[in-house]
Design a protein around this ligand. Structure first.
Ligand SMILES: [Zn+2]
Length: 412
């Protein structure tokens, strides 16, 4: 269902014609920037209470839009395009046209799950906080809020409950089979490392636990999940693109009808920092598989890291270059170093009206000339892809914990 509304911007008094497509979410905070003056306009639709406006007011108009005013299509669940009003060419109809009915059903199932899960954000945060602080309360909440029973307070069972809750809450953000496939891959790598040199493998495990590295990196990962769930509104159109085969080719200026760039820019940086630390585990295993010693990197000259410890301090880009013939391959587009660095150094601009992000990756002193640009939707897509990669490597952390608790610690 769609509502056509004519709004008057409070700031510049221009009229904006809006077609608002309904989502199934109980509360729908739809936002965009006034096409004329850039002022933020929020339309909040509550299925019980109707519409509420911030930054603009609704005014009466007769009959269909005639394109005399700027026109915006708005829908939380799909990418939308601004420009010309055409009756019947709604975001919903266009979305089905782009991905077909079968894919649409899958997308819709994810959206329905998000509608159900987003109000549980605070419960989920509480579970993460209690995981390492209060086993009893942790177990009670896992069961009462997410139906996961804690079998015992042994660390392996605490982890089992934790990872079952994560799998339940985050399935709308993942691709099918993703968890199972990555666990299989990690188990095989650990198996290969063990077969190559059991003593070396045990030394690696001891190092991870003696230094608390595995616990710390697990904590770093866990801190990211609530931010992903909290961003579900802006991720919806990015999730749609999982099914849109033409997205990469067409370079359409799709828009997102929720929030904006400023709110998510740090998340991208934070995820890539965690990924960079997760790579330490990948590298340790790779060294074990090839050379039986987690500290031993392939000799590539004087820049070869002397140990895993030294490797840990390298920037992300250098880290990947020391993964020779690696058992784990990082997905395409998981990290855009230039974008990440530009954000980290504040060299990025955002145009609220066009939703275009411009960043300046070249270091040029005070001149900022060579720029790259992407749209906010592409940016949310990048966060989603890097989140998935972070999550895939997090499965390795889970497997290493299991090995430690179930095998390594048991007396022979
Ligand atoms: Zn305005």
């Amino acid at each position: 269902m769609n509502f056509n509304q004519r709004l008057e911007c409070n700031t510049c008094k221009t009229y904006v014609d809006c077609r608002i497509g309904m989502s199934n979410r109980d509360v729908q905070p739809i936002s965009f920037a006034c096409p004329t003056c850039g002022e933020g306009i929020l339309i909040e639709l509550n299925l019980d209470k109707g519409f509420k406006y911030t930054g603009a007011k609704s005014i009466h108009f007769d009959g269909p839009f005639t394109n005399e005013n700027p026109f915006v299509d708005l829908h939380l669940d799909f990418p939308v395009i601004f420009g010309e009003y055409k009756m019947g060419h709604t975001p919903f109809m266009k979305a089905i046209g782009r991905i077909g009915h079968e894919n649409f059903k899958t997308h819709n199932a994810r959206l329905n799950a998000l509608n159900f899960l987003y109000p549980k954000l605070e419960d989920f945060k509480r579970i993460l906080r209690l995981y390492s602080k209060n086993k009893k309360l942790f177990g009670q909440l896992c069961e009462s809020k997410f139906g996961e029973k804690l079998r015992s307070e042994k660390p392996e069972d605490l982890n089992l409950a934790l990872y079952c809750v994560i799998a339940k809450v985050f399935f709308p953000f993942s691709m099918q089979e993703e968890n199972a496939d990555s666990v299989k891959l990690h188990m095989q790598a650990m198996h290969d490392a063990l077969n190559k040199d059991k003593v070396g493998f045990d030394a690696f495990i001891n190092e991870l636990f003696d230094t608390d590295f595995l616990h710390n990196i697990q904590q770093d990962c866990l801190e990211l999940y609530p931010q992903i769930l909290a961003g579900e509104l802006a991720f919806r159109p990015a999730l749609f693109l999982d099914f849109d085969a033409n997205y990469e080719k067409e370079l359409v200026a799709f828009r997102v009808s929720a929030h904006d760039f400023q709110r998510y820019k740090d998340l991208y940086k934070d995820i890539s920092e965690v990924m960079s630390r997760e790579l330490i585990l990948v590298a340790g295993l790779n060294n074990l598989i090839h050379r039986g010693d987690f500290n031993k990197f392939k000799n590539t000259g004087k820049n070869t890291p002397k140990s895993l410890h030294a490797y840990a301090d390298l920037p992300y880009g250098f880290k990947t270059s020391h993964l020779d013939d690696c058992w784990y391959s990082i997905g395409d587009g998981a990290v855009n170093n230039q974008l990440r660095n530009s954000i980290a150094h504040g060299k990025v601009e955002y145009d609220e009206i066009t939703q275009q992000i411009t960043y300046f990756p070249k270091k040029e002193g005070i001149k900022q000339e060579k720029s790259e640009s992407i749209y906010f939707l592409d940016f949310m897509r990048s966060i989603l892809i890097s989140y998935r990669e972070m999550h895939r490597m997090h499965q390795l952390i889970k497997c290493l914990f299991n090995y430690y608790y179930l095998i390594h610690q048991k007396p022979a």
